[in-house]
Write a protein that binds this ligand. Structure first.
Ligand SMILES: [Zn+2]
Length: 215
């Protein structure tokens, strides 16, 4: 057993992910910035990043994250495949959520990608009773695809439920982030008031100022 290689995983400093989207599956989409204007900035560059995201959203616990990190360290090919599948799912979710926000039919290819993960997930979990509660439990503790299964299931439940109507894409056409509009009058327009919302506010202030006081 090689235990010393694992220390590098837990020692890697990771900045917190932006979870303002309101649900993990939406926040997962937002781990790639700049889709709409092509200024791409990736926040899931490694399997460890994926584990950290899932740990921060609470989809996997610390113990599972450590176990998966240890398993991934000795299974580089499987780890690479699991990361690629996660990113494929993420881009499919972006296409589906942004289509739903625009009230158009999502691309068939994106639905097929989500369905593939849902099928994989359902073949790998079992319903168990734990302290009197029913839970879905993974049959194989060290399956490297584990982090994405709850994301796919949550996305499917969101699309099937009434909150589907609250899925939005940021009103900044350069942004491409998605979120759940939980405001009472369904008026949230920006992924974040501190970034896109604030920039729009400053721009409209400048436009008003220049329009009202021309030199
Ligand atoms: Zn935005």
């Amino acid at each position: 057993m090689q235990t010393d290689t694992h220390a590098t995983h837990s020692a890697t400093p990771t900045e917190p992910f932006d979870l303002d989207a309101g649900m993990p599956s939406l926040a997962f989409v937002n781990t790639l910035r700049g889709r709409r204007d092509g200024s791409l900035r990736e926040h899931i560059s490694s399997y460890q990043d994926l584990l950290e995201f899932s740990r921060q959203t609470g989809e996997i616990d610390d113990c599972t994250a450590v176990m998966l990190a240890e398993h991934s360290a000795s299974h580089p090919h499987e780890t690479h495949a699991a990361l690629q599948e996660a990113l494929t799912l993420r881009e499919a979710l972006f296409e589906i959520f942004s289509a739903v926000a625009a009230e158009v039919t999502p691309p068939q290819q994106a639905l097929a990608a989500l369905n593939a993960v849902l099928r994989d997930a359902s073949s790998q979990v079992a319903l168990v009773v734990d302290n009197g509660e029913f839970r879905l439990r993974c049959c194989e503790d060290t399956h490297l695809h584990r982090p994405i299964w709850p994301l796919a299931r949550e996305a499917a439940e969101l699309l099937l439920g009434p909150d589907r109507e609250r899925i939005r894409e940021c009103a900044n056409d350069k942004c491409g982030w998605v979120f759940l509009d939980t405001s009472r009058n369904r008026s949230r327009r920006w992924c974040s008031m501190s970034s896109c919302g604030n920039r729009a506010k400053v721009r409209s202030f400048r436009e008003r100022a220049s329009g009202g006081d021309r030199h």
